[in-house]
Design a binder for this molecule. Structure first.
Ligand SMILES: Cc1cc2nc3c(=O)[nH]c(=O)nc-3n(C[C@H](O)[C@H](O)[C@H](O)COP(=O)(O)OP(=O)(O)OC[C@H]3O[C@@H](n4cnc5c(N)ncnc54)[C@H](O)[C@@H]3O)c2cc1C
Length: 484
């Protein structure tokens, strides 16, 4: 029987383990942390009874994916839930834009930009299943749906700054710009629209659902299926070298490229090793978790009903911010993703206090700030609305795990700079130039002891958002400005 070891139990590692096991491979998963799940962990980070997602909160590309359907994750206990609106983008003075599931409803609210919104996203939404199937594959493949892919590609290939010209109102431009900012790339870059177009289309096709009971429910559903197929797990063990895994036919590394280099680097051909060394991480981020009494009093009314709120100002302001973080500078007011998962899954709240998740962009998390002399929450406070009169202490608690501790929890093996893992520029997502982009040639030994090349599957890490970093304290003082 073929044997495999998967290093890392993030969602990609677990998906790999389950897929292999379903094909009859004997699979063992080795995880450095004490709990399984990587980015799909959830816990009470602030107050007892308040459930926060530690990393990922919204899963637009899971629902409807071939993987979720093949293994019937809903049958294994996963329930998706949606807020009334998928995402919203508040602007100054109570204005803003909202993305509703329906293309029609969204377009109707965008006034004179409605027609352009319909023209761009209507046809893509109708073909989203085919597009998603192509989009989630390695870039180099023979497409099964070339027409749909071409239609998607025509938009995705454009720089955000060019596609953004399809709309003229600040609302429509900001709505698309906020989705595009998930890519962490400068708005002027070729292909920079790909993520924004895919996420917006996914929002229209399937919404941006959360998992009932926290993202850990996704992990639990996959684990339930994995158990049915006999996958075994080992936690609390950091793999440092491929040799320690013993004789095994297949190794899959669900790790950062640098960890892969440390684990398998000595056995990589020199040009592959050099390519891995050249890998550069993208911008980082902070993550701040708050416990908020009565929710956030957005002046843009519809933001009170949206699962995700994008705080970034207008399109031009977001373009400038993305330019800055990609150039290594910390903007005065970074782009912030606000997760209001509790709107979709009420059981995450307790006694009228809700978990809130904020993720500002930053080029790097400065060590000086890790020591607390400038808490991360001060970066996001200017973007939050002023607490209502009589509710000066609306923010009841915050999650204040220092950044080095947080990093150790998720990536005990990592020695790279804090907050440095992000989206690699596309030309660096595939360092192996041997025509098999997701295979990493490694020199191994067969049982007879002869050296022979074999291939270790490398989990490509597509468009990975930054690592969470420092969380900080908020003690009820009023924000410096109340814009939204
Ligand atoms: C704050 C934040 C918010 C996010 N929000 C979203 C979102 O809303 N929606 C979304 O789709 N995505 C989101 N993401 C991204 C998502 O979390 C990641 O894309 C996803 O977790 C990647 O999964 P993975 O399996 O590749 O790696 P990870 O989830 O990072 O898992 C890697 C695992 O491997 C283990 N490991 C690493 N090295 C070793 C080793 N040497 N030995 C043993 N074990 C090892 C680690 O401990 C970890 O458990 C977010 C990420 C962050 C940080």
């Amino acid at each position: 029987m073929t044997s495999a070891v998967v290093v890392g139990s993030g969602p990609n590692g677990l998906a790999a383990a389950l897929t292999l096991a379903a094909e009859g491979v004997s699979v063992r998963v080795v995880e450095a942390a004490d709990t399984l799940g990587g980015g799909t962990r959830s816990s009470e980070l602030t107050l007892p009874g308040l459930l926060h997602d530690e990393c990922s909160g919204f899963h637009p590309l899971l629902l409807g994916s071939a993987f979720a359907e093949r293994f019937d994750l809903t049958g294994a206990g996963l329930t998706y839930r949606w807020a009334d609106a998928e995402f919203a983008h508040p602007l100054d003075g109570g204005r803003g834009a909202t993305l509703w599931r329906s293309v029609e409803e969204t377009a109707a609210a965008l006034g004179r930009d409605g027609t352009a919104w319909r023209r761009v996203f209507g046809p893509l939404t109708e073909r989203f299943d085919a597009i998603g199937e192509e989009f989630l594959q390695p870039m180099l493949h023979v497409p099964r749906h070339p027409v749909s892919l071409a239609r998607f590609g025509a938009r995705a290939a454009m720089p955000v700054s060019a596609l953004g010209r399809a709309w003229r109102t600040p609302q429509a431009r900001a709505l698309f710009g906020g989705a595009a900012a998930h890519a962490l790339r400068p708005f002027g870059g070729v292909l920079s629209s790909a993520i924004g177009v895919a996420l917006t289309t996914a929002a229209h096709a399937y919404g941006w659902p959360v998992a009932e009971g926290g993202s850990a429910a996704i992990r639990d559903a996959v684990l339930a299926r994995a158990a049915e197929h006999g996958v075994t797990f080992e936690t609390g063990r950091e793999v440092t070298t491929i040799d320690e895994l013993g004789p095994v036919d297949l190794v899959m590394l669900d790790t950062s490229p640098r960890a892969a280099l440390r684990i398998a680097g000595r056995r990589m051909p020199r040009h592959v090793r050099a390519a891995y060394r050249r890998f550069r991480h993208g911008p980082g981020a902070f993550k701040v978790d708050f416990a908020v009494a009565e929710g956030v009093p957005w002046t843009h009314e519809q933001s009170r009903h949206a699962g995700t709120v994008h705080l970034g100002g207008g399109f031009e302001e977001m373009a400038a911010t993305e330019r800055q973080v990609n150039a290594g500078r910390m903007p005065e007011r970074p782009f912030v993703l606000v997760g209001q998962q509790y709107l979709a899954d009420e059981a995450r709240s307790a006694n009228g206090v809700h978990p809130l998740h904020l993720r500002p962009r930053a080029r790097r998390v400065h060590r000086r700030r890790d020591r607390g002399d400038r808490p991360a929450d001060r970066t996001v406070r200017p973007g939050l609305p002023r607490p209502r009169p009589g509710h000066a202490r609306a923010l009841r608690d915050r999650h204040g795990r220092p950044q080095p501790e947080l990093r150790r929890r998720r990536h005990p093996h990592r020695r790279e700079r804090p907050g440095a893992a992000g989206v690699p520029p596309p030309r660096r997502t595939r360092p192996v130039r041997d025509g098999r982009p997701r295979r990493l040639p490694v020199l191994g030994r067969d049982p007879a002891g002869r050296r022979r090349p074999r291939h270790v599957r490398l989990q490509r890490r597509p468009l990975r958002p930054p690592r969470p970093a420092l969380t900080g304290g908020f003690r009820g003082t009023a924000p410096r400005s109340a814009r939204y």
